[in-house]
Design a protein around this ligand. Structure first.
Ligand SMILES: Nc1ncnc2c1ncn2[C@@H]1O[C@H](COP(=O)(O)OP(=O)(O)OP(=O)(O)O)[C@@H](O)[C@H]1O
Ligand SMILES: [Mg+2]
Length: 171
C-alpha cells in the first residue's frame, strides 16, 4: 500500500497525472472516499496529463463519460446516483470491457456485483492538511502497476508538488 499526503487540489491532480503513466490497458480502478474527497480531481489530473484539453467533470447524471486520448480509452464512472446496481446493465459497460479501456469508478460500492473487479483501490480522505490518498492493489495486475509506479523511483522523503507530508511506501 502507498500512502500519500496531498496538500492541495493541484497535488491531487499531480497524483492523477502520475497514474496516467502507471495504469496498464484494461486496468480497473475503484475510487473510494466521501463526497468532495477529490476523486474527480484525481481523474481530471489523469485525463489532462494524457492530453485532454476540455473539461473533466463528474458524470453525475449520465453516470459514464468516456475519453479517448493519446490512443487510450478512459471510462470515468460516477455511480453516486445509481439507484440499483442492475441499472449498470443499461449503461453499455460491456462495450468497454475490451481489455483495453481503463476504468475509473467513483462510488464503486453502489455498483457492487455489476462492475468488473478492481485492480487498484484508491481511497481519498479529508485531513486537516488536505487529503490523504491510499493506493492498494487488488489483483496481480494492480500489484505490478503499483510496483512500476513513478513513486517507486522517488528517493525516500521526496514529495509530490505541494505536498507537506512524506510518502510512506509499503510494497
Ligand atoms: N488535496 C486536496 N486538498 C484540498 N482540496 C482538494 C484536494 N483535492 C481536491 N480538492 C478539492 O475538493 C473539492 C472536491 O473535489 P472533487 O469534486 O474531486 O471530489 P469528489 O470526491 O469527486 O466528490 P463527489 O463524491 O461529490 O463526486 C474540489 O473543490 C477540489 O478542488
Ligand atoms: Mg466526483
Amino acid at each position: 500500500m502507498i500512502e500519500l499526503a496531498l496538500a492541495s487540489a493541484e497535488a491531487t491532480e499531480a497524483m492523477g497525472a502520475r497514474l496516467a503513466d502507471t495504469l496498464p490497458p484494461g486496468c480497473v480502478v475503484y475510487l473510494r472516499g466521501e463526497l468532495g474527497a477529490g476523486k474527480t480531481t484525481l481523474v481530471r489530473g489523469l485525463v489532462r496529463a494524457l492530453g485532454h484539453a476540455g473539461p473533466v467533470r463528474s458524470p453525475t447524471y449520465t453516470l459514464l463519460e468516456p475519453y479517448t486520448v493519446a490512443g487510450r480509452q478512459i471510462v470515468h464512472l460516477d455511480l453516486y446516483r445509481l439507484a440499483d446496481p442492475e441499472e449498470l446493465e443499461f449503461l453499455g459497460l460491456r462495450d468497454f470491457l475490451d481489455g483495453r479501456s481503463i476504468f475509473l469508478v467513483e462510488w464503486p460500492e453502489r455498483g457492487r456485483g455489476f462492475l468488473p473487479p478492481a485492480d487498484l483501490i484508491i481511497e481519498l480522505q479529508h485531513t486537516a492538511a488536505g487529503r490523504l490518498c491510499r493506493l492498494a492493489a487488488a489483483s496481480a495486475r494492480g500489484e505490478a502497476a503499483l510496483r512500476q509506479g513513478p513513486w517507486r523511483r522517488l528517493p525516500a522523503g521526496e514529495t509530490l508538488p505541494s505536498e507537506s507530508s512524506p510518502i510512506k511506501l509499503e510494497l
